[in-house]
Design a protein around this ligand. Structure first.
Ligand SMILES: *[C@@H]1O[C@H](CO)[C@@H](O)[C@H](O)[C@H]1NC(C)=O
Ligand SMILES: *[C@@H]1O[C@H](CO)[C@@H](O)[C@H](O)[C@H]1NC(C)=O
Ligand SMILES: *[C@@H]1O[C@H](CO)[C@@H](O)[C@H](O)[C@H]1NC(C)=O
Ligand SMILES: *[C@@H]1O[C@H](CO)[C@@H](O)[C@H](O)[C@H]1NC(C)=O
Ligand SMILES: *[C@@H]1O[C@H](CO)[C@@H](O)[C@H](O)[C@H]1NC(C)=O
Ligand SMILES: *[C@@H]1O[C@H](CO)[C@@H](O)[C@H](O)[C@H]1NC(C)=O
Ligand SMILES: *[C@@H]1O[C@H](CO)[C@@H](O)[C@H](O)[C@H]1NC(C)=O
Ligand SMILES: *[C@@H]1O[C@H](CO)[C@@H](O)[C@H](O)[C@H]1NC(C)=O
Ligand SMILES: *[C@@H]1O[C@H](CO)[C@@H](O)[C@H](O)[C@H]1NC(C)=O
Length: 545
């Protein structure tokens, strides 16, 4: 009894404010209404208040005002539910299912969202109580092939407008929809705006409305504010799909996603935290920057414009066997990496700024783009790494093992030079192939300062291949060659000419008959000497002495 009384009381209070309040969930259930009100009439000047699921399925209905308050579904499947004003009250979340039309104003309260499936029709304005944020439209049209935005034509003078909230100077998103062809629902009538009318912005009383993200996101910018072209989308599902429809299994957070808007829009794609894998279904995503903020594996991934990876996050790109080779730019806070994707090669990236360690798999080009750090940069590499640029005064430690050894006693004597240290397991290409410590000034060739075990530096600062050296000094230079070899002036061990008969290590004590020692080497006796013995000329030829 008490309960009934309270309900009566609430209804009475509301009934004072609103002309008609539904008794049940359907039109035929009737309305709580004040005296003499014909709430069931299909055309009237009353105000209607809804706060629970309601279904209308009759012929065209017209009223003055419709208030929607709370979290529920309002359905109008057969013909339009029309009102001069539809007002979505503050903190509401309304599903509009079917056909709805406003003659004067569609008003959305603070912190409210409208999810719409069906026919959308605005004869005049949309008003927001509070300016919506960029990338957070409050009108979300998940499925519609009919969006009627009135434009003056013939006797029809009313036109679609977006009102700018008072004092607002920012661009904001008006509505998101899945199908840009929905604006062009009827080729025979001309009283509605088409996507092309929004090209370069559709002039309105207080600003311009644009269609971006493949003409599926309406963004309004007040007069004096330039269009903000960045569009952020978030993947909610594991499958990237360019086209999808309906209200179930939406792969993205909004119907205007994915963006990838042929370069006119700055598209940013995030991936929801709870997804560990995403299948990109071999889509080539040219204009989108992908942000990676948690550990993830990308499958059937071809390329995006750029990938940004947060600190200490493992990004894995699974191999795709069918693809042509391509390059992918990947940005870390400290590096720019160009990954040259190859068939069947899994690539992996992870950077930890605390330890200043980058783990990298695959075929990559690295550009170190930040300031020098006190800590050496450890590059744990597996694959082929090409380094394009290095930062001054930095030490780089290259290894291909995940248990890297710490740096010991490496002095950077050369001021702003870099030092590169290579693990014995890392092979370098070209002249530096046997070098393990390098220095390099910007814009200069790297110089080897220490070779791998068993190799020594020659005077050209190259690690000598097939060294034949017995002893290397601290500077990696050879000081003693193997038997049968001697140290030449380039500090290379060279095979002794076959003309020495007594030698100790690199030193020839006695040359063969017919040879004499000149500058430490056995030279063929020339005709200046008639008789030689033990390196020396004993008797000169006639005319010489
Ligand atoms: C609604 O009010 C307007 C203006 O007062 C009037 O012209 C119109 O006839 C009314 N409509 C109905 C259905 O009562
Ligand atoms: C429609 O509603 C508005 C606001 O409540 C009111 O000012 C106006 O008079 C109403 N129109 C009619 C015709 O009743
Ligand atoms: C309202 O309708 C929605 C969708 O039609 C349904 O999921 C929900 O359970 C309904 N709520 C109530 C209270 O009937
Ligand atoms: C905004 O700009 C449009 C067209 O550029 C103009 O018609 C309108 O008067 C301007 N409104 C204000 C409030 O300045
Ligand atoms: C993408 O969505 C369309 C339409 O919903 C569907 O037919 C297609 O199978 C989807 N593609 C993938 C790869 O999921
Ligand atoms: C980086 O590595 C260190 C040492 O392994 C670890 O303690 C830390 O949590 C890692 N992450 C970040 C963000 O520094
Ligand atoms: C590195 O040092 C050289 C010479 O001192 C200087 O010209 C160059 O600008 C420096 N580069 C960076 C990235 O600091
Ligand atoms: C990496 O190290 C392993 C041994 O730990 C070695 O077999 C392999 O050849 C090395 N890879 C490269 C590219 O140097
Ligand atoms: C070398 O000495 C011999 C005699 O001892 C002489 O016959 C010969 O002509 C000399 N040869 C030359 C090239 O001087």
């Amino acid at each position: 009894m008490l309960m009934f009384y309270i309900i009566m009381l609430i209804n009475c209070i509301n009934a004072d404010e609103y002309d008609c309040i539904p008794k049940g969930h359907e039109f035929k259930d009737g309305f709580e209404s004040g005296k003499d009100k014909q709430c069931e009439s299909l055309s009237n000047n009353y105000s209607y208040y809804f706060n629970k699921n309601f279904t209308y399925s009759g012929l065209a209905f017209n009223c003055n005002r419709t208030y929607l308050d709370g979290k529920f579904t309002m359905t109008s499947l057969y013909d339009y539910w029309s009102a001069n004003v539809i007002e979505v009250m503050d903190n509401s979340q309304i599903n509009l299912n079917g056909r709805f039309h406003t003659y004067k104003e569609f008003n959305i309260g603070t912190n409210s969202i409208v999810f719409w499936i069906g026919h959308v029709s605005f004869k005049h304005s949309i008003t927001f109580e509070t300016t919506p944020s960029l990338n957070q439209p409050q009108i979300i049209i998940w499925k519609s092939d009919y969006i009627h935005l009135y434009k003056p034509a013939g006797s029809q003078i009313s036109k679609f407008e977006v009102n700018n909230p008072i004092n607002n100077k920012q661009c904001f998103d008006v509505m998101s929809f899945n199908n840009n062809a929905a604006l062009d629902f009827d080729k025979k009538s001309f009283d509605h705006y088409l996507p092309k009318d929004f090209k370069n912005g559709l002039d309105m009383l207080e600003g311009k409305a644009y269609l971006i993200s493949n003409n599926r996101l309406m963004r309004f910018c007040p007069n004096g504010t330039d269009l903000d072209t960045s569009v952020t989308c978030t993947m909610n599902g594991n499958n990237y799909n360019l086209s999808y429809s309906g209200n179930d299994n939406q792969p993205f957070n909004y119907p205007h996603c994915p963006c990838d808007d042929n370069g006119e829009t700055e598209c940013i794609l995030n991936i929801q935290q709870n997804l560990n894998t995403v299948n990109f279904n071999n889509n080539i995503i040219k204009y989108t920057t992908l942000n990676i903020d948690h550990d993830i594996i990308l499958y059937n991934f071809i390329s995006v414009k750029q990938i940004n990876v947060n600190d200490d996050i493992t990004l894995l790109i699974a191999p795709v066997s069918s693809i042509k080779e391509y390059t992918q730019k990947i940005q870390f806070n400290n590096f720019e990496i160009t990954n040259n994707r190859e068939k069947n090669v899994m690539t992996q990236f992870k950077y930890n700024s605390t330890t200043n360690t980058l783990e990298i798999n695959g075929n990559n080009k690295l550009k170190h783009s930040s300031n020098p750090t006190n800590k050496p940069l450890t590059l744990i590499i597996n694959g082929i790494l090409t380094c394009n640029s290095f930062v001054n005064k930095s030490v780089y430690y290259f290894t291909n093992s995940s248990s890297s050894t710490p740096l010991i006693n490496i002095n950077n004597n050369n001021g702003n030079n870099n030092i590169m240290i290579f693990d014995e397991t890392v092979r370098l290409n070209g002249q530096l192939s046997n070098c393990i410590v390098l220095t390099g000034k910007s814009n200069e060739k790297f110089k080897c300062i220490q070779c791998k075990k068993g190799y020594y530096l020659n005077s050209k600062q190259e690690c000598q291949y097939n060294s034949h050296c017995n002893k290397i000094n601290k500077q990696s230079h050879c000081i003693e060659c193997e038997y049968g070899y001697y140290l030449n002036s380039n500090k290379e061990c060279q095979i002794l000419p076959d003309n020495c008969i007594v030698r100790y290590k690199t030193y020839c004590y006695q040359c063969k008959e017919g040879f004499i020692k000149e500058k430490g080497e056995c030279q063929k006796n020339d005709n200046k000497c008639n008789k030689s013995e033990r390196n020396y000329c004993l008797k000169c030829s006639n005319g010489y002495k």
